[in-house]
Design a protein around this ligand. Structure first.
Ligand SMILES: NC(=O)c1ccc[n+]([C@@H]2O[C@H](COP(=O)([O-])OP(=O)(O)OC[C@H]3O[C@@H](n4cnc5c(N)ncnc54)[C@H](O)[C@@H]3O)[C@@H](O)[C@H]2O)c1
Length: 379
């Protein structure tokens, strides 16, 4: 069993998810590699208590340079606000550590370019961007159907990621609603990777793009009795033209903080002449599909997808797959690629590459331009 010694920088919502996934590695079957968390850093010491109680042997710090200087740390998972991605990711690479960074991989296009230049200077390091939703078995099934050509001629794709909690105007402000910390991209920087991951992996890069961006709730309570500006885009609808060898098609990518009733839904829909299908994490156990032959019946079918992720687990096929399972699978893919290389992985679905994160930045930047000028932008 090859052990990869990890440090975590950013012990908030996502940092804890990763620590929890490492703690239940035994859930996975037939692994020849496992992560061990040896050090954790968060600038806010209040976050340390959970780690001290859960992983008492882990070294805790408020200064990420401690992890960079620690020869015991081989790889780092970094989950900090977007304005810190550029500095921290570059420092991590310069310290010679492998990196699983969080989306959007830089607060804007120049930040991504600076990170990418550093990545190119360290070809020996594995660098990937976190994005877990394609590891849901239903999403993976649709991805494999596209690869197998099962849809016939694809004539429309819709994908996205929808939240609803921001419909509540009393929800307090946080860093994700401020341009200085979340970035001009707003909801696209935060949620866009989830909608774009499968389209980008499938090579569906927009050639033309028209964006509609909305700010719906313009101020929020600051938790101290004041109302403060809520600056970022709440919702974004990107209408794209995709050029494909078998025929061009429209693709709509939507990222919404205010989609009534959607706690947190990633969805992926493909319409084709031989089959149409959709998956959403709102109904994580199901896919809907409509196989079609000319003149035949057009009847949607609903089928329960077995719990059968790309890395086998102890869980029976009859049970449901969830967010924490997707994080575990994604991390297994990162560790697998780090230990065995892309060609030696136990299954072929690798984590988001820097080039794929760069494509997302191209799309978000074009979307800002499109909205500002009310024009269609050519990518
Ligand atoms: N993959 C996913 O599904 C998913 C979900 C949510 C967030 N994210 C991404 O994860 C990242 C973090 O988001 P989050 O929701 O965990 O945020 P969070 O606010 O819960 O956690 C961020 C943590 O970073 C810490 N921090 C800030 N400055 C630091 C510094 N200089 N050194 C060390 N720690 C510092 C904060 O104290 C905080 O605890 C973002 O890039 C976000 O887009 C990914």
């Amino acid at each position: 069993m090859r052990e990869i010694r990890f440090g975590i920088i950013g012990a908030g919502l996502m940092g804890r998810e990763f620590a929890s996934a490492a703690a239940r590695w035994a859930h996975l079957l037939d692994q020849s590699v496992r992560p061990r968390i040896v050090a954790v850093c968060d600038a806010n010491p209040a976050t340390h208590a959970w780690f001290a109680a859960t992983l008492p042997e882990v070294r805790l710090s408020t200064d990420y340079h401690d992890l960079l200087a620690d020869p015991d740390v081989e790889a780092i998972y970094c989950a900090v606000p977007h304005n810190l991605h550029q500095q921290l990711y570059i420092d991590i690479l310069r310290a010679g550590k492998h990196l699983l960074g969080e989306k959007p991989f830089g607060i804007d296009h120049p930040a991504f370019a600076a990170i990418n230049a550093e990545i190119e200077a360290h070809p020996d390091l594995l660098v990937r961007c976190s994005s877990e939703y394609p590891f849901f078995p239903g999403a993976m099934q649709l991805y494999q159907w596209v690869q197998a050509g099962r849809f016939g001629r694809i004539f429309e794709v819709e994908a996205g990621y929808w939240h609803c909690s921001d419909l509540n105007p009393n929800k307090p402000i946080n860093w994700k609603r401020r341009i200085a910390t979340n970035g001009e991209y707003g909801c696209m920087g935060d949620l866009g990777m989830h909608g774009l991951h499968l389209p980008v992996r499938l090579g569906w890069r927009p050639a033309l793009l028209r964006a509609q961006l909305s700010k719906i709730v313009t101020e929020r309570p600051d938790g101290q009795g004041n109302m403060v500006p809520c600056e970022t885009w709440d919702n974004a609808i990107l209408s794209c033209d995709v050029h494909a060898p078998e025929g061009d098609f429209p693709m709509t990518i939507s990222t919404k903080r205010i989609a009534p009733g959607h706690q947190s839904s990633m969805f992926f829909r493909v319409s084709g002449t031989a089959c149409s299908a959709e998956f959403t994490t709102k109904y994580p156990k199901q896919i809907r599909y409509l196989p079609y032959t000319p003149g035949g019946e057009q009847a949607w079918r609903e089928v329960d997808v077995p719990y059968k992720p790309v890395y086998p687990t102890i869980t029976g096929e009859i049970f449901e797959f969830g967010f924490t399972d997707a994080i575990l699978q994604m991390w297994a893919a990162f560790c697998d690629e780090l230990a065995h290389g892309r060609d030696g992985m136990h299954q072929p679905f690798y984590c988001v590459t820097p080039a794929e994160a760069g494509t997302c930045h191209d799309i978000f930047t074009a979307a800002l331009q499109s909205h500002a000028t009310a024009n269609t932008v050519r990518l």
